[in-house]
Design a protein around this ligand. Structure first.
Ligand SMILES: [Zn+2]
Length: 395
């Protein structure tokens, strides 16, 4: 009997230790294998380029950092984005986009969305049980995580949800920088795929109340709003999707066209009264990839006042070197004009990049090398995005 009890206690202890190992050793290992930076010698930034870089207001439309177990208020030596590294890179505004479901064997061609990898991530990261099978709860939890970061380091980071809050945060940032301090980092919340609504239109309001101000209709699979760019149907908007567009317009939520089928993109452009953003993408004329929309659609998006935000990973640009990302930015500017190109890293989105956000000055350096004017650099790095947000966020 005693022996049996010992064996039983032993098994429980061993289970506990293995679970602990999975969480404390396994989580960083999992993320390290998903979000990589290519090994490289330190980038050399010319002193005059660094001076220029330090004057820029830099905006990144897309990163998935809230998905992972890292404390974003602390500087990590893996992954791509945290608040200290955003400060170091002189990034003013970072959009944090919540992923709530990601299919097994995720690819750019065809996904069913039957099996979901995020469930395992939610359980092993000890997210609240409510998030284990609710996509809406997963989004709410990620918003809460970001708000808690802001509460822990209020002097370094703030989440904004309106034009007024953004403009206040930007002027505080300028004051800090004028005093020679690291500028305040401003966070915003976005959603990657309206499956986060769990089929209920009223959940748009729930997500809005949690602070979400940009919503993309799709991720890697079709959902109730219509077809994904990587799903099975390639269908346009459903009636539910059309009602979602109306509701988002009513609330002044920015629509993100990334990952939606070309038919959905056309339908949204026809239906919405507001300009849209492609928060993380490449352009086909620079890199033909099933991840990128056609040049014709990009032109249409820009003509309606929208922004094309350039990504840094292979599916968007092919060769991920800073020089080639800048080549893609040039293609995009030639295609849609200098007022419609922005940055959308997809940092921490299970991507491999050639730099993390603390090293973003290498983009400024490569733009200078490629002969961009100061005005072009300022616009792409963030001015276009700030103008867009100050015009289209809720007041
Ligand atoms: Zn994405």
């Amino acid at each position: 009997m005693k022996m049996l009890r010992k064996i039983f206690v032993g098994i429980i202890l061993l289970g506990g230790v293995l679970f602990g190992l999975l969480i404390f050793v396994g989580q960083p290992k999992i993320e390290q294998s998903m979000n990589k930076v290519l090994a490289h010698a330190p980038y050399v930034i010319a002193p005059e380029v660094q001076i220029l870089h330090d004057t820029l207001t830099i905006v990144d439309w897309h990163c998935d950092a809230t998905l992972w177990a890292r404390d974003l208020t602390k500087k990590s030596n893996y992954g791509h984005v945290d608040i200290p590294r955003l400060g170091q890179g002189n990034v003013a505004i970072q959009m944090f986009t919540a992923v709530t479901k990601s299919p097994k064997g995720q690819n750019y061609e065809k996904n069913t969305g039957d099996f979901d990898n995020i469930t395992l991530l939610a359980v092993t990261q000890l997210w609240p049980p409510a998030t284990w099978n609710s996509l809406t709860q997963r989004a709410l939890f990620q918003a809460k995580k970001l708000d808690e970061c802001a509460a822990r380091v209020p002097d370094q980071f703030r989440v904004v949800t309106s034009q007024t809050e953004l403009s206040r945060a930007l002027s505080l940032r300028t004051k800090m920088k004028n005093k020679g301090e690291t500028g305040l980092v401003i966070g915003m919340l976005g959603i990657e795929g309206l499956h986060a609504l769990e089929g209920k239109l009223e959940n748009i309001q729930v997500l809005y109340d949690a602070g979400y101000r940009m919503m993309g209709f799709h991720h890697f699979f079709d959902n109730r709003t219509g077809g994904s760019l990587h799903g099975l149907s390639r269908a346009g908007l459903t009636d539910f999707g059309r009602r979602a567009v109306k509701k988002l317009d009513e609330l002044s939520v920015v629509i993100d066209l990334s990952h939606s089928s070309p038919a959905v993109v056309d339908d949204i452009l026809e239906l919405t009264s507001r300009p849209c953003v492609v928060s993380h993408t490449g352009v086909t004329s620079a890199h033909a990839s099933p991840r990128n929309l056609s040049d014709e659609q990009m032109v249409k998006i820009a003509q309606k006042g929208g922004l094309i935000a350039m990504g840094y990973w292979e599916g968007a640009v092919g060769d991920i070197s800073p020089r080639n990302i800048v080549r893609s930015i040039r293609h995009a500017m030639d295609l849609v004009g200098e007022n419609h190109v922005s940055l959308g890293s997809d940092f921490d989105g299970s991507t491999t990049t050639s730099f993390d956000t603390s090293e973003i000055s290498i983009l400024t350096q490569e733009m200078v090398n490629a002969g961009f004017s100061k005005q072009e650099i300022a616009k792409v790095m963030g001015e276009n995005a700030v103008n867009f947000l100050m015009a289209h966020l809720p007041n």
